[in-house]
Design a protein around this ligand. Sequence first.
Ligand SMILES: *[C@@H]1O[C@H](CO)[C@@H](O)[C@H](O)[C@H]1NC(C)=O
Ligand SMILES: *[C@@H]1O[C@H](CO)[C@@H](O)[C@H](O)[C@H]1NC(C)=O
Length: 297
Amino acid sequence: MRVLVTVVTLFFLGVQAQSEWSYTEPGLVESIWSKEYPDCGGLKQSPINLQTKKVKHSRSLKPLTFTGYGEEYLEFPMTNNGHTVQITLPPSMQMTDSEGIVYKANQLHMHWGGAFLELSGSEHTINGIRRVIEIHIVHFNSKYRTYEEAKSQANGLSVLAILIEVDEFAENTYYTPITSQLINIQYPGQTTTLTNIKIQDLFPGDIRYYFTYNGSLTTPPCTENVKWFLFRDTVKLSKAQVLKIETSLRNHHNQTLQNIYRQIQPLNHRAVEANFPPFAGKCTPDSGVSNILASPC
Ligand SMILES: *[C@@H]1O[C@H](CO)[C@@H](O)[C@H](O)[C@H]1NC(C)=O
Ligand SMILES: *[C@@H]1O[C@H](CO)[C@@H](O)[C@H](O)[C@H]1NC(C)=O
């Protein structure tokens, strides 16, 4: 019996030691993730910088379709998992891609910045621009029965990414159920329940247009089986909402969870496609990249 207990204890210690990855000290820091998680050193890693000049416009890519995303009265567990805030989603929420592949939702989490007055913390950048927050909705291919089964299989996963911008005083009330409850999950392992929220309301106004490419999970084990979709349009949150996200949660070392995003990874000849045309020179680029991206010119 004692031997068994010892073996089991060692097993869990082993698992725990291995899962202690981090972005900065202490822990298994980003630059050495690949020592314990070899896939993190692969050639199809995420996130990447999307260079709109080099993105291939594909006319055959149809908009994504969503079912179960607008359902009311669902309750979602929201947890501080020590790395970020994570919202558990039911497999009844499904996304279908242009090829007709159905993906079932598993969880939603966020990446943000906030440390040293450095505001932005999105993972993907567009033409070098890092946005303030990035939301990831992680799905698994419905040809597998569960997320656990799909997560290590070929074509197993798909992540839908949403980029967030700051609009100084404009509170985005769709996000308030999330931002107002972060205080209840300050410490790792704490969970609260989200009610009165429709995940679809967290989407940008126009969900027809997206970028897509083949990549990986952006955290260990960095598995290279992720089909990425990144909405072209952004969501806006007020500065106060962004500050709440950046300052409310703590990690296992009781440090504020900040700058929780991975560095840009090499593209290595991968193609990035979009289902909207490249931008002609007609638009007035005076207010920056985001407006060029958003205007239908
Ligand atoms: C992604 O990989 C699949 C094969 O798994 C391929 O059919 C598809 O064209 C790739 N997408 C891009 C944008 O390269
Ligand atoms: C975490 O740190 C804060 C101050 O930075 C302190 O007030 C709090 O008691 C600490 N919590 C734990 C569980 O150590």
